[in-house]
Design a protein around this ligand. Sequence first.
Ligand SMILES: Nc1nc2c(c(=O)[nH]1)N[C@H]1C(S)=C(S)[C@@H](COP(=O)(O)OP(=O)(O)OC[C@H]3O[C@@H](n4cnc5c(=O)[nH]c(N)nc54)[C@H](O)[C@@H]3O)O[C@H]1N2
Ligand SMILES: Nc1nc2c(c(=O)[nH]1)N[C@H]1C(S)=C(S)[C@@H](COP(=O)(O)OP(=O)(O)OC[C@H]3O[C@@H](n4cnc5c(=O)[nH]c(N)nc54)[C@H](O)[C@@H]3O)O[C@H]1N2
Ligand SMILES: [Mo]
Length: 745
Amino acid sequence: MPYKPDLQGAEFCIYEGAYPGHSGFSFQALARKTVLGANSGRLKIAVVDPVMQGGTDVPGKTQWIPVKPSTDGAFVLGIMRWILENHKYNASYLECSHLDAAKAMGYNSYSNATHLVVTDPGHPSYRKFLRPHDIGLSGEGFIVIDKSSKSPVLHTAAIAGELFFQGTVDSPQGPVKVATALSLLRDGVFKHTIEEYAKICEVPPEQIIAIANEFSSHGPRVGTDSLAGTVSVNSLPFTVALWMLPALMGAYNTKGGMAINGPGYKHYTPGPRYNLQSFAGMVKPSGVMISRERFPYEKTTEYKNKVAKGQNPYPSKLPWHPVGFSLDGQALFSAIHRYPYQCKIYVNCYANPLYSTPSLYREEMIKELRKTENIPLFISIDIVMGETTAMADYVVPDTSFYEQWAMVPVRAQINTKMTAVRWPVIKPLTPKGSSQPMSMEAFIIDVAKKLGLPGFGKDAIADADGKLWPLDKREDFYLKAVANMAYDENPVPDISSEEWAIADMESAISEWRDSIKPEEWKKVGYVLARGGRFEPDDRYHDGNKMRYGAPVKLCFYSELMATSKNSITGKYFEGVPVWTEEMLADGRKVDDVYPTKDWPFRISSAKAKLRGVSMLSNCPTLQELGPTNYVEINSADAAKHGLKDGQKVKVISPTNQAVGILRVREGVARGTAAIHFGYGKWEYGGRTHVIGGKEVKGDPVRRTGIASNPLGLADPSLPKPFGLTEVSSGTHGRNGIRVRIEPAE
Ligand SMILES: Nc1nc2c(c(=O)[nH]1)N[C@H]1C(S)=C(S)[C@@H](COP(=O)(O)OP(=O)(O)OC[C@H]3O[C@@H](n4cnc5c(=O)[nH]c(N)nc54)[C@H](O)[C@@H]3O)O[C@H]1N2
Ligand SMILES: Nc1nc2c(c(=O)[nH]1)N[C@H]1C(S)=C(S)[C@@H](COP(=O)(O)OP(=O)(O)OC[C@H]3O[C@@H](n4cnc5c(=O)[nH]c(N)nc54)[C@H](O)[C@@H]3O)O[C@H]1N2
Ligand SMILES: [Mo]
């Protein structure tokens, strides 16, 4: 979800995981803005996290609520129950059934709270939104019960709609059973009492109520956030519910509510100076992604064949993920099962899935990954011998961030318009390839030329006048992107000669001079000298709204989810968030398969404060401050299991085991084993390799600590090997890995 709290105006925010000042996006801005907001007396935050990471802790303004790992859904639904039960939601906003009605009230978003859903299992539109043609009305859109006339009308025709209507509406075919989206949400939420939710997440009911009360006492000046805290196999309904909380208050696109990151300037676009989006002979990617994402199983040949043979089409061989995206771990599971099709060439770049994805690095997986009948050719483009790269047939050296180009968008907490440009501060130190230093781009350009692909080499890129330019080196592309940026909207001013000299542009550009038109250099130089194009920082708000952020429709009921099926069980997913236990793909509960009495701890993972994702910091000072990680548990758990601070322990999961050092501290919820990411590596320069006949010695410093992902759970209901996965989204089980801890010696 790209929406994050607008910390420049918010009064109360809930962070589920995502500990400001510890990690999160954008790390620095998030830390700075929470502290500034809290110190000014405006902002309070609650961090709901099994682990007290320590971050922006301002006395009286920030509170830590320990939650049991992978039970956040219960916590959030408890809050939602209190808000719904006590009518603390923003009713007049939710009643707006279309954008213009909401805009008339000063909002820049609206929701489908009032839209009617067909709840009659016999109706052809069952689980879908009721459309005008279903009831013999004309027009496009959805149907709501108009609050004043109490009759069904097109959603754009009502000023205000009924929020909780459940009943029938007439149609030429007879009465149709319907319910509003919000009433279906309420039904889902009311399945459990606050006390039941409290028991599940191990947060006292009074605390859930206090947070609900606080959250609903600031109008739309509230927000919620979560990132890595959501990665468990029951996290989808939780995440959806979490982002619904501010929607219930009308907080999207409002000042101090939920804000989308600022837009960027044009760069890899068709113009204004060069067309970097398309070229003659371009083939658009098409087909089904090997990761089985964003594609319904019901459209596959496998499904159709089974139906044609009169067989039950369920289960599919491996799960399909109708709402998942960027599932590189799933792609690797697909590759080794050669399902839904054979992976011919696997090219890895900027990623290390064998280290970063739970359940991938296990003996049985590695055996399969090594088989050439599964993956005939594996090329990795990397700057280090990473855990994934070490398994490749060919390693292509890439340039590091000091030597490379990138147009960097803003992720969050910056709500003005900007795009940063990363450009080489030194010439690449990689060996020379065919014509230029080796890099990801050089590799792509050289391979494309060899294959005779269009869009590379001579006459590759068209400028605004239709003249064609070559693409032989990476600057031929990136500098044209910077030119687009410099000339977007009102072009930037020319760089002064003084600045040109200070930035030493003359020598920097000596080898790239011919990549753009001579007259463009002054404006391109202006952008390069600043490291990008940035709007002034005082343009966040426009009155009570966020300046940027296209109008959004917020969904309390998802038709896509409600009409998609679990491809293993054949059962529909829920259209609204309901409390869901962690489950295998076939619906069996994780707690039944891996019971707490055998596996008393749940792993909770987080970034290390002093590391960048899976990577060691390249700053020796930071390395010295965070030389290793620990297995962190609460003192009550330590006493119960006879474990001692500082002792070497074995962390044993149902699939694997690892050794680490125990740290006992109170800032960890009971039953939680907290393990920071980025340690316990086995490659990354930690092991000796022979390169070109020369031995490159490994440095054991790079192997310190313990990694949690190789302990990841398996899903015994699926063909082996396969990691435990949430079926609808393809999310891997990162938080909530069941383990026990024993002394190692
Ligand atoms: N210092 C630092 N900052 C970073 C990064 C980094 O590597 N280092 N990486 C960046 C990246 S790529 C990302 S995606 C963001 C991620 O931003 P965050 O999501 O803030 O990052 P994590 O540290 O992974 O945070 C996970 C938090 O969730 C908690 N958690 C674990 N299990 C559960 C659970 O079941 N429930 C709840 N409620 N919380 C749980 C952890 O204790 C931790 O505090 O951070 C970015 N910022
Ligand atoms: N247990 C656990 N697992 C996690 C997380 C967690 O908190 N806990 N966090 C998750 C999150 S939020 C993320 S984003 C992922 C990150 O997972 P990954 O994307 O796999 O990890 P990164 O550390 O970002 O970088 C991947 C690799 O890219 C290579 N690399 C670095 N710089 C360059 C470069 O300039 N060029 C090229 N070609 N390669 C380069 C290095 O080999 C590096 O190891 O991990 C996820 N996995
Ligand atoms: Mo990330």
